[in-house]
Design a protein around this ligand. Sequence first.
Ligand code: ARG
Length: 475
Amino acid sequence: MALWGGRFAQGPEESVFALSRSVHFDWRLAPYDLRSSKAHLAILKKSGLIAPKDAEAIAQALNELSTEVASGKFVAIDSDEDVHSALERGLTSKLGAVGGALRAGRSRNDQVTTDLRLFSIDHMLEIARLITALQVALLEKATEYVNDPAPGFTHIQHAQPVSFGHELAKHAHAFARDLDRINDWLSRTSVSSLGAGALAGSSLALEPAFTAKNLGFTATFANSIDAVSDRDYVAEALFVCAMIGNHLSRIGEEWTLWSSQEFAWAKVADAYSTGSSIMPQKKNPDMAELARGKSGRLVGNLMSVLTMLKGLPFAYNRDLQEDKEPLFDSIDTLMLVLPAVTGMIATTDFDRDKMALAAPTGFSLATEIADYLAKKSVPFADAHDAAGKCVAMCDTSGRQLHQLTDAEFLQVHPQLDGGVRDVLTVHGAINSRTTSGGTAPILVAAQIKDALAANTKTEKEIASKRAAFSEMMSA
Ligand code: ARG
């Protein structure tokens, strides 16, 4: 059903309709459109713009339609342009001309962005919940390996030994920032646009603040032209999704690397691995690779919306219809990836002995020699140089640092005595890293405990926001 046409002598060409049509992707806004229609009806009724008897009939039809949309009894058809026109068709088929009464004071311009805000809030809260579950998997796995040393890397070269629990827990901290971002985003997204009309507001006695409250928004638009044009919240949500994708891709990279034959640190559970159609022996970490690979489309979706928005004149332009598919795609992608990665992490076992054995290799204890001298007030540049010389001696003679003789140590630096061997152990090196946030296991355990407490708090906040949102939706 067309929502316009009075001034046209001809209907749209087939190709025009085909290009305009969005109902095949925006249909998923239907529950939010129906709910915002209820809010709009409430203000029309309150202001006496719709007779109580008609309001009653529309309210009932909206409820019926909600049930029919949920059950799949009412669906969009080929001739529907978008979700708004499809639902108005549903209303008028139930009510006749009265079904069109809801259009008073409302345009698809303020309607579509209100719906999309509701959709985004609903789904970003779900993503937040999935992230807290991922954090729990990471932190619980980290707890298992707090006391297990492993090589720590820079440039994928052995750098300094670390607690493997420290290594695993680091990811949870990155996701905590994503949760923070979602919370922050929420405050800018929870703004109602309904009442802005096409762009100029309305001559009818609408109360945008009343409608905003009805829909659970925390604020109302201040400028109607901005309200119908603003898609910052879409771009921001896409950035948050891209960042989450980026963080997931780092997990993907590590799991792929760590489960390779060369590392053989990680044993990914069969349920989270896939096989090869030709090589019967293969067990591939495809979940990790997809976590890494999907980050591409998440960045792409952000780019696509930012590019569409750039230089766009105010107020509504049809270009804005291009905001939805990238957003839906990013959200759907994360809803697929997050549970799979969470399960993969929770069920991976690591080879403690192999990691411990690798921890001191590659002269990863060289910094201990430099620190030993620095503690004796040797300027760090000299200390660094001396430690470097020790590495060179070992490298040419095929020895480890602790295997240098007392005489060799003294020859490198007059203050470098045999006592240095006491710090040339993996456990010594790890245990001595006690600056806050450092890798000493006692600190790592505390970091994990704090992160779990923060996670529980955030989990509760998200749950209460989700409960409030679904209560609003069913009102
Ligand atoms: N399907 C449109 C969109 O997604 C709805 C708004 C149409 N408004 C208009 N003035 N043509 O943006």
